[in-house]
Ligand binder design. Structure first.
Ligand SMILES: [Zn+2]
Length: 384
Protein backbone atom coordinates (compact mmCIF):
# COMPACT_ATOMS: atom_id res chain seq x y z
CA UNK A 1 0.00 0.00 0.00
CA UNK A 2 1.45 3.30 -1.11
CA UNK A 3 0.13 5.34 1.75
CA UNK A 4 -1.31 4.35 5.08
CA UNK A 5 -3.17 7.64 5.45
CA UNK A 6 -3.81 10.62 3.22
CA UNK A 7 -4.77 14.19 4.08
CA UNK A 8 -7.11 15.85 1.58
CA UNK A 9 -6.35 19.54 1.46
CA UNK A 10 -6.10 22.64 -0.68
CA UNK A 11 -6.98 26.30 -0.07
CA UNK A 12 -10.05 25.77 -2.28
CA UNK A 13 -11.69 24.23 0.79
CA UNK A 14 -11.50 27.47 2.74
CA UNK A 15 -14.01 29.34 0.58
CA UNK A 16 -16.98 28.06 2.59
CA UNK A 17 -17.57 31.27 4.51
CA UNK A 18 -20.90 32.77 5.53
CA UNK A 19 -19.71 36.10 6.94
CA UNK A 20 -17.18 37.59 9.37
CA UNK A 21 -19.30 37.14 12.50
CA UNK A 22 -20.69 33.66 11.83
CA UNK A 23 -19.51 31.00 14.33
CA UNK A 24 -18.70 28.53 11.52
CA UNK A 25 -15.18 29.51 10.51
CA UNK A 26 -13.14 27.40 8.10
CA UNK A 27 -9.98 29.16 9.20
CA UNK A 28 -9.91 26.29 11.71
CA UNK A 29 -9.03 23.86 8.89
CA UNK A 30 -6.08 26.02 7.93
CA UNK A 31 -5.10 26.36 11.60
CA UNK A 32 -5.07 22.58 12.02
CA UNK A 33 -3.16 22.11 8.76
CA UNK A 34 -0.53 24.64 9.78
CA UNK A 35 -0.20 23.21 13.28
CA UNK A 36 0.48 19.80 11.78
CA UNK A 37 3.02 21.21 9.33
CA UNK A 38 4.80 23.20 12.05
CA UNK A 39 4.86 20.13 14.28
CA UNK A 40 6.47 18.00 11.59
CA UNK A 41 3.45 15.66 11.51
CA UNK A 42 2.36 16.23 7.91
CA UNK A 43 4.64 16.13 4.88
CA UNK A 44 3.91 16.69 1.21
CA UNK A 45 3.79 12.99 0.38
CA UNK A 46 0.64 12.60 2.49
CA UNK A 47 -1.33 15.47 0.99
CA UNK A 48 -3.77 14.85 -1.83
CA UNK A 49 -5.68 17.53 -3.66
CA UNK A 50 -9.46 17.55 -3.61
CA UNK A 51 -11.70 17.91 -6.65
CA UNK A 52 -15.08 19.57 -6.98
CA UNK A 53 -18.06 17.22 -6.79
CA UNK A 54 -20.24 17.11 -9.91
CA UNK A 55 -23.92 18.06 -9.80
CA UNK A 56 -24.72 14.41 -10.44
CA UNK A 57 -22.77 13.40 -7.35
CA UNK A 58 -24.42 16.06 -5.20
CA UNK A 59 -27.80 14.83 -6.44
CA UNK A 60 -27.06 11.34 -5.10
CA UNK A 61 -28.60 12.86 -1.98
CA UNK A 62 -29.93 16.33 -2.72
CA UNK A 63 -33.01 17.28 -4.72
CA UNK A 64 -32.41 18.97 -8.05
CA UNK A 65 -34.56 21.95 -7.07
CA UNK A 66 -32.47 22.52 -3.98
CA UNK A 67 -29.17 22.36 -5.88
CA UNK A 68 -30.55 24.87 -8.40
CA UNK A 69 -31.60 27.13 -5.53
CA UNK A 70 -28.14 26.98 -3.94
CA UNK A 71 -26.58 27.90 -7.30
CA UNK A 72 -28.94 30.83 -7.80
CA UNK A 73 -28.48 32.01 -4.22
CA UNK A 74 -24.71 32.09 -4.71
CA UNK A 75 -25.20 34.26 -7.80
CA UNK A 76 -27.52 36.63 -5.94
CA UNK A 77 -30.47 35.55 -8.07
CA UNK A 78 -32.72 33.80 -5.54
CA UNK A 79 -35.64 35.62 -3.96
CA UNK A 80 -35.64 35.84 -0.19
CA UNK A 81 -38.91 33.97 0.07
CA UNK A 82 -37.87 31.00 -2.07
CA UNK A 83 -34.52 30.90 -0.30
CA UNK A 84 -36.16 30.53 3.07
CA UNK A 85 -38.14 27.55 1.79
CA UNK A 86 -34.80 25.86 1.22
CA UNK A 87 -33.28 26.97 4.53
CA UNK A 88 -31.08 29.46 2.65
CA UNK A 89 -30.72 33.01 3.94
CA UNK A 90 -31.47 32.17 7.57
CA UNK A 91 -29.37 33.34 10.49
CA UNK A 92 -27.76 29.88 10.71
CA UNK A 93 -27.18 29.43 7.00
CA UNK A 94 -26.83 32.83 5.33
CA UNK A 95 -26.34 33.18 1.60
CA UNK A 96 -22.83 33.92 0.36
CA UNK A 97 -21.29 34.42 -3.03
CA UNK A 98 -20.51 31.19 -4.91
CA UNK A 99 -21.90 29.05 -2.12
CA UNK A 100 -22.56 26.19 -4.54
CA UNK A 101 -18.94 26.11 -5.72
CA UNK A 102 -17.53 26.36 -2.18
CA UNK A 103 -19.80 23.52 -1.05
CA UNK A 104 -18.93 21.38 -4.08
CA UNK A 105 -15.26 21.55 -3.15
CA UNK A 106 -16.07 20.20 0.31
CA UNK A 107 -18.17 17.37 -1.07
CA UNK A 108 -15.45 16.63 -3.62
CA UNK A 109 -12.83 16.53 -0.85
CA UNK A 110 -14.77 13.87 1.03
CA UNK A 111 -15.33 11.91 -2.19
CA UNK A 112 -11.59 12.13 -2.87
CA UNK A 113 -10.97 10.65 0.58
CA UNK A 114 -13.48 7.88 -0.19
CA UNK A 115 -11.84 6.95 -3.49
CA UNK A 116 -8.36 6.75 -1.98
CA UNK A 117 -9.60 4.34 0.66
CA UNK A 118 -12.02 2.30 -1.42
CA UNK A 119 -9.55 1.87 -4.30
CA UNK A 120 -7.03 0.56 -1.77
CA UNK A 121 -4.53 3.37 -2.32
CA UNK A 122 -4.69 4.32 1.38
CA UNK A 123 -6.09 2.69 4.47
CA UNK A 124 -7.34 5.92 6.01
CA UNK A 125 -8.17 9.33 4.62
CA UNK A 126 -8.99 12.62 6.29
CA UNK A 127 -11.27 15.33 4.92
CA UNK A 128 -11.28 18.00 7.62
CA UNK A 129 -13.44 20.50 5.76
CA UNK A 130 -16.24 17.93 5.57
CA UNK A 131 -18.64 16.52 8.13
CA UNK A 132 -21.53 18.89 7.33
CA UNK A 133 -24.01 16.53 8.94
CA UNK A 134 -27.09 18.76 9.20
CA UNK A 135 -27.64 19.15 5.45
CA UNK A 136 -30.96 17.65 4.31
CA UNK A 137 -32.08 16.39 0.91
CA UNK A 138 -33.94 19.58 0.10
CA UNK A 139 -32.88 21.99 2.80
CA UNK A 140 -29.88 23.70 4.33
CA UNK A 141 -29.72 23.54 8.11
CA UNK A 142 -27.35 24.26 10.99
CA UNK A 143 -24.50 25.84 8.95
CA UNK A 144 -24.64 22.95 6.45
CA UNK A 145 -25.51 23.26 2.76
CA UNK A 146 -24.56 19.98 1.09
CA UNK A 147 -24.19 16.91 3.29
CA UNK A 148 -20.83 15.56 2.16
CA UNK A 149 -21.06 12.55 4.49
CA UNK A 150 -24.45 11.45 3.17
CA UNK A 151 -23.26 11.91 -0.41
CA UNK A 152 -20.09 9.95 0.37
CA UNK A 153 -22.11 7.10 1.86
CA UNK A 154 -24.49 6.87 -1.09
CA UNK A 155 -21.46 7.06 -3.43
CA UNK A 156 -19.77 4.19 -1.58
CA UNK A 157 -22.95 2.14 -1.78
CA UNK A 158 -23.37 2.69 -5.51
CA UNK A 159 -19.76 2.63 -6.69
CA UNK A 160 -18.25 0.12 -4.28
CA UNK A 161 -21.29 -1.85 -3.06
CA UNK A 162 -20.15 -1.13 0.49
CA UNK A 163 -22.00 -1.50 3.77
CA UNK A 164 -21.18 1.65 5.64
CA UNK A 165 -21.03 2.48 9.32
CA UNK A 166 -21.32 6.21 10.05
CA UNK A 167 -20.09 7.34 13.47
CA UNK A 168 -20.75 10.87 14.66
CA UNK A 169 -19.16 12.32 17.80
CA UNK A 170 -20.09 15.94 17.16
CA UNK A 171 -21.89 17.48 20.15
CA UNK A 172 -24.95 17.91 17.93
CA UNK A 173 -27.03 15.00 16.66
CA UNK A 174 -26.04 13.78 13.18
CA UNK A 175 -29.58 14.28 11.95
CA UNK A 176 -29.03 14.83 8.22
CA UNK A 177 -27.15 11.57 7.78
CA UNK A 178 -29.51 9.63 10.01
CA UNK A 179 -32.63 10.71 8.11
CA UNK A 180 -31.00 10.16 4.70
CA UNK A 181 -30.52 6.46 5.47
CA UNK A 182 -33.26 5.91 8.03
CA UNK A 183 -34.90 3.08 6.08
CA UNK A 184 -31.69 1.60 4.68
CA UNK A 185 -30.33 -1.62 6.24
CA UNK A 186 -27.00 -1.26 4.38
CA UNK A 187 -26.10 1.91 6.24
CA UNK A 188 -25.83 2.00 10.01
CA UNK A 189 -25.63 5.33 11.83
CA UNK A 190 -24.36 5.89 15.36
CA UNK A 191 -24.46 9.34 16.92
CA UNK A 192 -23.18 10.22 20.38
CA UNK A 193 -24.21 13.77 21.22
CA UNK A 194 -25.52 16.15 23.82
CA UNK A 195 -29.19 15.48 24.47
CA UNK A 196 -31.47 17.46 22.21
CA UNK A 197 -33.43 18.76 25.17
CA UNK A 198 -31.66 22.11 25.10
CA UNK A 199 -29.56 21.85 21.97
CA UNK A 200 -30.03 22.08 18.21
CA UNK A 201 -31.33 20.10 16.33
CA UNK A 202 -33.42 18.61 19.15
CA UNK A 203 -33.49 15.09 17.67
CA UNK A 204 -31.31 12.05 18.36
CA UNK A 205 -33.31 10.27 21.03
CA UNK A 206 -32.78 6.60 21.79
CA UNK A 207 -36.16 5.91 20.20
CA UNK A 208 -35.01 6.93 16.71
CA UNK A 209 -34.04 3.44 15.59
CA UNK A 210 -34.74 3.46 11.87
CA UNK A 211 -37.80 2.64 9.79
CA UNK A 212 -38.98 -0.18 7.55
CA UNK A 213 -36.08 -2.38 6.48
CA UNK A 214 -33.74 0.05 8.20
CA UNK A 215 -35.31 -0.48 11.60
CA UNK A 216 -32.60 -1.32 14.11
CA UNK A 217 -29.81 0.32 12.08
CA UNK A 218 -29.95 3.76 13.62
CA UNK A 219 -28.36 4.27 17.04
CA UNK A 220 -28.34 7.33 19.24
CA UNK A 221 -26.64 7.92 22.56
CA UNK A 222 -27.78 11.33 23.81
CA UNK A 223 -25.64 12.26 26.81
CA UNK A 224 -26.44 14.82 29.48
CA UNK A 225 -25.19 18.39 29.49
CA UNK A 226 -21.86 18.70 31.41
CA UNK A 227 -20.79 15.15 30.54
CA UNK A 228 -17.03 14.79 31.09
CA UNK A 229 -14.31 12.72 29.40
CA UNK A 230 -14.75 9.40 31.19
CA UNK A 231 -18.49 9.14 30.71
CA UNK A 232 -18.41 10.42 27.12
CA UNK A 233 -15.70 7.92 26.25
CA UNK A 234 -17.47 5.07 27.99
CA UNK A 235 -20.58 5.74 25.89
CA UNK A 236 -18.55 6.10 22.71
CA UNK A 237 -16.30 3.12 23.16
CA UNK A 238 -18.99 0.65 24.22
CA UNK A 239 -21.50 1.72 21.62
CA UNK A 240 -18.99 1.76 18.77
CA UNK A 241 -17.63 -1.74 19.49
CA UNK A 242 -21.08 -3.23 19.95
CA UNK A 243 -22.62 -1.55 16.93
CA UNK A 244 -19.64 -2.48 14.72
CA UNK A 245 -19.80 -6.08 15.91
CA UNK A 246 -23.52 -6.17 15.18
CA UNK A 247 -23.35 -4.50 11.75
CA UNK A 248 -19.98 -5.77 10.45
CA UNK A 249 -19.33 -2.84 8.09
CA UNK A 250 -17.06 -2.82 5.05
CA UNK A 251 -15.93 0.71 5.84
CA UNK A 252 -16.31 3.31 8.57
CA UNK A 253 -16.83 7.02 8.05
CA UNK A 254 -16.51 9.17 11.16
CA UNK A 255 -17.70 12.72 11.71
CA UNK A 256 -15.24 14.35 14.09
CA UNK A 257 -16.87 17.57 15.19
CA UNK A 258 -14.82 19.07 18.02
CA UNK A 259 -17.62 20.97 19.72
CA UNK A 260 -18.13 18.70 22.74
CA UNK A 261 -15.10 20.36 24.36
CA UNK A 262 -15.65 22.33 27.54
CA UNK A 263 -14.48 25.53 25.81
CA UNK A 264 -16.94 25.25 22.93
CA UNK A 265 -19.24 28.28 23.02
CA UNK A 266 -22.28 26.61 21.40
CA UNK A 267 -22.72 23.45 23.47
CA UNK A 268 -22.76 22.32 27.11
CA UNK A 269 -20.54 19.27 27.30
CA UNK A 270 -17.31 19.16 29.32
CA UNK A 271 -14.86 16.95 27.49
CA UNK A 272 -11.18 17.84 27.08
CA UNK A 273 -8.33 16.94 24.76
CA UNK A 274 -8.22 13.50 26.36
CA UNK A 275 -11.43 12.62 24.53
CA UNK A 276 -10.04 13.87 21.21
CA UNK A 277 -7.05 11.56 21.54
CA UNK A 278 -9.22 8.54 22.34
CA UNK A 279 -11.96 8.98 19.72
CA UNK A 280 -9.67 8.31 16.73
CA UNK A 281 -7.68 5.64 18.55
CA UNK A 282 -10.79 3.53 19.03
CA UNK A 283 -12.17 4.26 15.55
CA UNK A 284 -8.92 3.01 14.08
CA UNK A 285 -8.99 -0.18 16.13
CA UNK A 286 -12.56 -0.86 15.07
CA UNK A 287 -11.74 -0.21 11.41
CA UNK A 288 -8.76 -2.56 11.69
CA UNK A 289 -10.85 -5.30 13.23
CA UNK A 290 -13.90 -5.14 10.97
CA UNK A 291 -13.00 -3.24 7.82
CA UNK A 292 -9.45 -4.17 6.86
CA UNK A 293 -8.52 -0.73 8.18
CA UNK A 294 -10.83 1.20 5.82
CA UNK A 295 -11.64 4.45 7.59
CA UNK A 296 -12.59 7.86 6.26
CA UNK A 297 -12.71 10.70 8.76
CA UNK A 298 -14.21 14.15 8.35
CA UNK A 299 -14.27 17.27 10.50
CA UNK A 300 -17.59 18.75 11.57
CA UNK A 301 -18.56 21.31 14.19
CA UNK A 302 -16.09 23.12 16.39
CA UNK A 303 -16.47 26.75 17.37
CA UNK A 304 -13.50 27.42 19.61
CA UNK A 305 -11.26 27.62 16.59
CA UNK A 306 -8.20 28.78 18.56
CA UNK A 307 -7.98 26.67 21.69
CA UNK A 308 -9.74 23.47 20.65
CA UNK A 309 -10.17 22.64 16.98
CA UNK A 310 -6.55 22.83 15.73
CA UNK A 311 -5.33 20.52 18.48
CA UNK A 312 -8.31 18.14 18.27
CA UNK A 313 -8.09 17.75 14.50
CA UNK A 314 -4.31 17.46 14.58
CA UNK A 315 -4.74 14.64 17.08
CA UNK A 316 -7.14 12.97 14.65
CA UNK A 317 -4.54 13.00 11.89
CA UNK A 318 -1.69 11.98 14.18
CA UNK A 319 -3.57 9.09 15.76
CA UNK A 320 -4.51 7.93 12.27
CA UNK A 321 -0.74 7.68 11.81
CA UNK A 322 -0.10 5.94 15.16
CA UNK A 323 1.40 8.94 16.86
CA UNK A 324 0.19 11.24 19.63
CA UNK A 325 1.93 14.59 19.93
CA UNK A 326 2.62 15.69 23.51
CA UNK A 327 4.15 18.57 25.43
CA UNK A 328 4.73 22.05 24.02
CA UNK A 329 2.91 23.32 20.95
CA UNK A 330 5.21 24.25 18.05
CA UNK A 331 6.64 27.73 18.56
CA UNK A 332 6.28 28.64 14.89
CA UNK A 333 2.52 28.11 14.98
CA UNK A 334 2.13 30.16 18.15
CA UNK A 335 4.15 33.03 16.73
CA UNK A 336 2.16 32.99 13.50
CA UNK A 337 -1.26 33.16 15.21
CA UNK A 338 -0.78 34.60 18.70
CA UNK A 339 -1.79 38.12 17.77
CA UNK A 340 -4.84 37.22 15.70
CA UNK A 341 -6.21 34.68 18.17
CA UNK A 342 -9.33 35.65 20.10
CA UNK A 343 -8.17 33.61 23.11
CA UNK A 344 -4.68 32.99 24.46
CA UNK A 345 -3.46 29.99 22.43
CA UNK A 346 -2.80 26.74 24.30
CA UNK A 347 0.87 26.19 25.04
CA UNK A 348 0.64 22.40 25.32
CA UNK A 349 -1.13 19.64 23.42
CA UNK A 350 -2.83 18.44 26.58
CA UNK A 351 -5.38 20.53 28.47
CA UNK A 352 -4.32 21.53 31.94
CA UNK A 353 -5.81 19.35 34.65
CA UNK A 354 -8.42 21.85 35.72
CA UNK A 355 -9.74 23.97 32.91
CA UNK A 356 -13.08 23.97 34.70
CA UNK A 357 -14.43 23.64 38.24
CA UNK A 358 -15.52 20.14 39.28
CA UNK A 359 -18.99 19.28 37.99
CA UNK A 360 -21.19 18.77 41.08
CA UNK A 361 -23.58 16.33 39.39
CA UNK A 362 -20.81 14.15 37.97
CA UNK A 363 -21.97 10.82 39.47
CA UNK A 364 -25.57 11.45 38.59
CA UNK A 365 -24.65 12.34 34.99
CA UNK A 366 -22.46 9.25 34.68
CA UNK A 367 -25.23 6.91 35.86
CA UNK A 368 -27.78 8.59 33.68
CA UNK A 369 -25.55 8.25 30.61
CA UNK A 370 -24.97 4.58 31.45
CA UNK A 371 -28.72 4.00 31.53
CA UNK A 372 -29.10 5.79 28.19
CA UNK A 373 -26.35 3.64 26.70
CA UNK A 374 -28.03 0.45 27.94
CA UNK A 375 -31.32 1.46 26.34
CA UNK A 376 -29.65 2.52 23.08
CA UNK A 377 -27.96 -0.84 22.70
CA UNK A 378 -30.86 -2.90 24.01
CA UNK A 379 -31.91 -4.22 20.60
CA UNK A 380 -28.42 -5.61 19.94
CA UNK A 381 -27.89 -7.03 23.41
CA UNK A 382 -31.29 -8.69 23.42
CA UNK A 383 -30.58 -10.58 20.21
CA UNK A 384 -27.04 -11.69 21.01
ZN1 LIG B 1 -21.91 20.37 16.22
Amino acid sequence: MANDSVFVYSPDLLGYKFNDTHPFNQLRVQLAYELLRESGCLDDSKIVLPRQATDEEIMLIHDKGYVEAVKKAGEGKLSKEIGLNYGLGTEDTPIFQNMHEASSWIVGATLTAVDWVMEGKAKHALSLSGGLHHGFRGKASGFCIYNDSSIAIEYMKKKYKARVLYVDTDAHHGDGVQWAFYDDPDVCTLSIHETGRYLFPGTGSIHEKGAGKGYGYSFNVPVDAFTEDDSFLECYEKSLWEVADFFKPDVIITQNGADAHYYDPLTHLSVTMKTYAEIPRIAKEVADKYCGGRWIATGGGGYDIWRVVPRAWSYLWCVMNDHLPAGPIAEGWLTRWDEEAKHPLPRTWEDEASIYKPIPRKDEITSKNRATLEKSLYSIRKSS
